[in-house]
Design a protein around this ligand. Structure first.
Ligand code: ATP
Ligand code: MG
Length: 379
């Protein structure tokens, strides 16, 4: 019986397993190691993961995503109210104050709880693992952000239970990353600790942690986070900028159409990723965005960095916090590891250099480190 490690991200999930003396990340039916955290309800069926995300534009109101930010919270929670401004699907309040996700499924109005939606995604992850491993999978370790409250953690356990998964442990994401890092350190000392900072910035938040490694031991010295700075906030900067431009240039109000917002967001995210690799001016083109109008815009990395100035300052502050809390100076550090898709943004790598006085190392698999760390706990 194998134990799987699940990194449940706000945007992406990864599954890892210990096999043949090593750790492997499992690929889904599309041969991709990443499975989007999307659940879509259709007229005749349900789509989970890749297919749900791929069809989003054609089924906007019934495609549920971003629910890691909702799990274990009440609808009236200010964080949820803020979240609702991002989400193109509808939420409602259940009699106990919990969040209901309102969709049309099998041609009927249906309300699901957030743990139910999450369970559907987990069912898919379980199935992906079972197909790849050709055995039944029940036991798992699931990662959660370090800032998750007891309620959020309990709701995660409910979701796993509904999906038929037995959770051996919920592991904090920074702990998983550190375990994964420590696993590959062969030169650790018994006495003198190796001090490492990890920066994990994914889709919706940033977590920075400082750890001390000695032979066979790992100590978390400090962790800091900003739950409101993630990759999606960078996407939204582009969305707002282009929406304004298109309003002037084409007299269209992108913000009035859920479909137009989703399409602009998708293209903005693509442009953001291209800007990580290329500093020159790059185009953004969308056919028939609204009112039969084709739109074009352009942006270069330096302009994007200026627009994102506030976010970058907050990221810098979060990085500085961890040094302060751990009572470390940059010169005390032996290494800096990076995790999460958003640490590919060049400006963030520059901030790492500025705050920690060194370039991030490439020891970790940036995308898979959390899932791999989860598995190591039980390997
Ligand atoms: P969270 O950790 O917040 O729950 P997650 O784990 O699902 O989210 P990741 O998969 O680590 O998030 O990262 C996804 C984010 O990384 C997205 O916002 C994506 O746009 C961003 N990203 C991926 N590649 C790049 C790139 N090359 N340049 C900039 N951003 C990128
Ligand atoms: Mg993540």
């Amino acid at each position: 019986m194998s134990v799987i490690g699940i990194d449940f991200g706000n945007e992406n999930c990864y599954i890892a397993v210990a096999r043949a003396g090593g750790i492997e990340t499992i690929a889904n039916e599309y041969s991709q190691r990443v499975t989007p955290s999307y659940v879509a309800y259709g007229e005749n069926n349900r789509d989970l993961g890749v297919s749900a995300k791929n069809k989003q534009v054609t089924n906007i109101k019934n495609t549920v995503f971003g629910f890691k930010r909702l799990i274990g919270r009440k609808l009236r929670d200010p964080a949820v109210q803020r979240e609702m401004t991002y989400l193109p699907y509808d939420l409602c309040e259940l009699s106990n104050g919990d969040i209901g996700v309102k969709v049309t499924y099998l041609q009927e109005q249906t309300i699901f709880t957030v743990p139910q939606v999450t369970a559907m995604l987990f069912t898919k992850l379980k199935e992906i693992a079972e197909t790849a491993l050709k055995i039944k999978v029940n036991d798992c370790v699931i990662s959660v952000p370090v800032y998750f409250t007891d309620r959020e953690r309990r709701a995660m356990l409910d979701a796993a239970q509904i999906a038929g998964l037995n959770v051996l442990r919920l592991m904090n994401e920074p702990t998983a990353v550190a375990l994964n890092y420590g696993f590959y350190q062969t030169d650790l000392d018994d006495e003198k600790a190796k001090k490492v900072v990890f920066v994990d910035m994914g889709h919706s938040a940033i977590q920075v942690s400082a750890c001390a490694f000695t032979k066979g031991k790992l100590k978390l010295l400090a962790a800091s986070c900003d739950v409101n700075v993630g990759g999606r906030d960078f996407d939204n900067i582009l969305v707002r900028q282009f929406a304004e431009e298109f309003h002037t240039k084409y007299k269209i109000n992108v913000m009035s159409s859920r479909k137009a917002i989703v399409r602009l967001l998708t293209e903005s995210e693509k442009l953001k990723k291209q800007m990580s690799a290329n500093p020159h001016e790059l185009p953004l083109n969308i056919e028939c965005l609204m009112e039969d109008k084709d739109v074009t815009g352009k942006m270069k990395r330096s302009t994007f960095e200026e627009l994102a100035g506030d976010l970058l300052s907050r990221i810098e502050a979060t990085m500085r916090d961890v040094l302060h809390e751990a009572k470390l100076k940059p010169s005390d550090l032996d290494d800096v590891g990076i995790v999460g898709g958003s640490t590919r943004i060049p400006a963030i790598k520059q901030l790492i250099q500025k705050v920690f006085g060194r370039e991030p190392s490439t020891t970790l698999n940036q995308d898979e480190a959390v899932a791999r760390g989860c598995v190591l706990q039980c390997a």
